[in-house]
Write a new protein. Structure first.
Length: 413
């Protein structure tokens, strides 16, 4: 049976595109979070489970065997008028190169933490890598249903180990086995997942949590005010637009990397995924919000904005071989990419013709007319393009530079 969500993946403006990665320590729940996102967005009709090896993103058999996500996969899904291009990133340190390759094409990420373990060494190293690439992030503290789960302790470890100001936007309702929902501190509403339900139900804040929620909301406003003088001014000016001010300030701070919005849930029980997706669309950047990419050609610097009117430039970030032949995953940075276009492979200097342009979804691939600046698609027909190579319009050649890749990785004791 197909669940139809008509129009979700139809053309959306580039402002509604989120090129998103899920970053995590092995076992924190990255695969489960990804799977729940795909399920919720309607692209997976039969829910895959990690333990029986049927998840969609863990499609490689070696990966299934080892139970860790080795190869990045990009999947498109829709959420409330937005298109999310989910770029999977390996959580294992042995695959740092792959993480870096994924980080190059992301505009934003969700870092998943375990509510019992807090920030673990590998989540710390992935976090540092994301810092190097200036990737704005949200934090999702997962497994709140586990015995010993402690959101406040996990938040403290985010502050101490990652050196970033946590901006906690939710208060859990219940703990461990009794974790049933969250109070959204931005809208001051309760979101509850009734037993066995995959969708949340919204309602007023439970009276017994009202005081605690008010206290935490005040703490959130104070943290935001310290970092964002304009928000402080607006908070002082009056209450009418307080929530809107808070959302705008949280977004500004996320984009500037000055704070990290923290959400929580239990992905395994489907809890917390809808507000996480709402936060992705509210706080993480569209391709237009990130700096234009830079490239060089013949020693000259070139800049390409996320504008369909500019000459085409894209980056190959993954090549896979499957039933349909060679599938080349491309992040389009400028211009557009259409079936039949001739593109120049800046790595080999060879021109190649684009066979077909596909949007890869969880369980299928759809042919699209064209992909425009900001989008991520897969291309069939390219025979030579390798991972990491720049593809460009033959009349406007360039080699894209990795953003600030020359900086050393910061290691923290
Ligand atoms: P990954 O290695 O980060 O991709 O983590 P997985 O998604 O494979 O999850 C690791 C293990 O944690 C699996 O056994 C999951 O079933 C389990 N898990 C994931 N999310 C939750 C959760 O919210 N609660 C609990 N109790 N277990 C979870």
């Amino acid at each position: 049976m197909t669940i139809a969500f008509p129009g979700l993946l139809l053309d959306v403006p580039v402002t509604a595109v989120r090129n998103l990665g899920i970053l995590a320590h092995v076992d924190a729940g990255k695969t489960t979070v990804t799977e729940r996102i795909l399920f919720l967005t309607g692209e997976v009709h039969k829910r895959g489970e990690v333990h029986d090896g049927t998840t969609v993103t863990d499609f490689d058999s070696q990966e299934r065997d080892r139970g860790i996500t080795i190869f990045a996969a990009a999947v498109s899904c829709g959420w409330r008028g937005h298109r999310l291009n989910l770029i999977d990133t390996p959580g294992h340190v042995d695959f740092a190169d792959e993480v870096e390759r994924s980080l190059r094409v992301l505009d934003g990420a969700v870092a998943v933490f375990d509510a019992v373990a807090g920030v673990e060494p590998q989540s710390e190293s992935v976090w540092r890598q994301a810092d190097r690439y200036g990737v704005p992030r949200l934090a999702f503290v997962n497994k709140l249903d586990r015995a010993g789960a402690d959101l406040d302790a996990a938040v403290a470890s985010i502050r101490e180990r990652l050196g970033v100001v946590p901006l906690v936007v939710q208060l859990p309702i219940g703990a461990e086995d009794g974790f049933t929902g969250v109070v959204d501190l931005v809208r001051m509403r309760a979101l509850v997942w009734p037993d066995g339900s995959e969708r949340c139900v919204e309602g007023p804040v439970p009276p017994e949590l009202a005081e605690e929620a008010r206290r935490r909301r005040r703490r959130l406003e104070e943290a935001v005010s310290e970092l964002h003088p304009l928000a402080l001014e607006e908070f002082c000016a009056g209450a009418a637009l307080r929530d809107a001010t808070l959302v705008r300030a949280l977004r500004d701070l996320t984009l500037a990397g000055e704070g990290v919005v923290v959400l929580c849930g239990a992905a395994y029980r489907n809890r917390g995924i809808e507000p996480l997706l709402d936060a992705v669309t509210a706080y993480l950047p569209s391709p237009l919000d990130v700096p234009p990419v830079r490239g060089t050609y013949d020693g000259a610097q070139r800049v390409r904005a996320a504008d369909p009117a500019e000459p085409f430039a894209g980056l190959v970030f993954k090549v896979t071989t499957g039933g349909r032949g060679r599938l080349t995953s491309v992040r389009v940075y400028s211009g557009s990419l259409r079936k039949g276009d001739v593109v120049l492979d800046a790595g080999t200097g060879r021109a190649e013709r684009v066979g077909r342009v596909l949007r890869v979804q969880a369980d299928r691939q759809e042919e699209v007319e064209q992909a425009v600046a900001g989008d991520i698609v897969a291309v069939i027909g390219l025979k030579a393009a390798r991972t990491g190579t720049t593809l460009c319009a033959p009349g406007a050649p360039l080699v894209l530079e990795p953003p600030s890749a020359a900086e050393p990785v910061v290691s923290v004791a």
